[in-house]
Design a protein around this ligand. Sequence first.
Ligand code: GLY
Length: 406
Amino acid sequence: MKSSEIKSKFISFFESKGHKAMLGSSLVPKDPTVLLTLAGMLQFKPVFLGQEKPPYRRVTTVQKCIRMVDVERVGKTPRHHTFFEMLGNFSFGDYFKKEAVQFAWELLTREFKLPVTRLKIAVFEKDDEAYDIWRKDIGLPAEIIFRLDEENNFWSAGPTGPCGPCSEIYYDLGEEFGCGKGDCGPGCDCDRFLEIWNLVFIQYNRDESGQLLPLKQKGIDTGMGLERIASVLQGKSDNFETDLFVPLIRKIMAISTAGESDPSARIIADHARAVTHLIADGVFPDNTGRGYVLRRLIRRAVRHGKMIGIKGPFLVDLSSTVIAQMEEAYPALREKSALIAATLKEEEDNFMATLDNGMKLFGELQEAHKADKKITGEEAFRLHDTFGFPIDLTIELADESGMKVD
Ligand code: GLY
């Protein structure tokens, strides 16, 4: 099933269950507590908190997201991204746990026809209600329902705001993908159990002091990663082998020495999507805030391009592939294509002009600090100030060679 078909099936399934299909929001959120849109629920935070009237009681969206927490895992695992699309259904004071679970199960097993034997469920350890819904209403055997702790199964978009216990649905890729440890199961860090859908039962507002205040109206917020469900439905064990990434990876392979699963090629493909969308949503390279995220991703991609032997600038060309692939769903990409190209060109040219010399200096620093394994603050500043190395890039480079940055 093509990823575009997955999106439309998801949306029409929830429309058939009385949901209104709404547009996802910009990557630049209205919410001041987060830098970038990191989940589908973000545009509805005031609704969950009871500060705004719900546009509809049941809503469904496809939301583009950026999560920088995973940036260093991108390319090293088959399933992490900075930019991804999240399929979601929401209830604002309408249905709650039981219907959310029933809808998810029906979509996965009847519409998407996933084999039940591959699915595993996690619930928050104290949430007996959710456990009983899976066990009694859906009728699943106890062996496939796991009770996990707060870290795994209590979700919030940030330190404050609407939140609640959640239930995750995992796809078991099979023992051959596992770590083999005795306690390997849903929630394990290895690649065997792929979390495909998170159903969040929004029932609290966490205040500044960390206290959980019950909300007057409970709600549902779910998020299914398109890249992950696409890998499952396209019979792949790796998101980068889906139709969302193949055209980009092919293009990168054609201009580099990289093979299909080269981490640098995957990092570039991931970052090309992120930076194209960030610029379309009005972000420009800068040394702080969102602009810094954009700058960091562009420069990271350029450095990985160098590592796999790409000669000359390449990001503008890759962004045109992203635009061609995604413009139907995101028409702003085509409208802003000239701006995207000009912004990427300038940033890429600037960094390329200093990257070689900066890497040379970094090599010298490696030699100089063989014993203490620590780059000083002044040296890190010089890499930033003279050679345009964002501090996170210096830290990453240092990390790769077993060094620290003061
Ligand atoms: N908002 C649900 C999730 O991001 O998993």
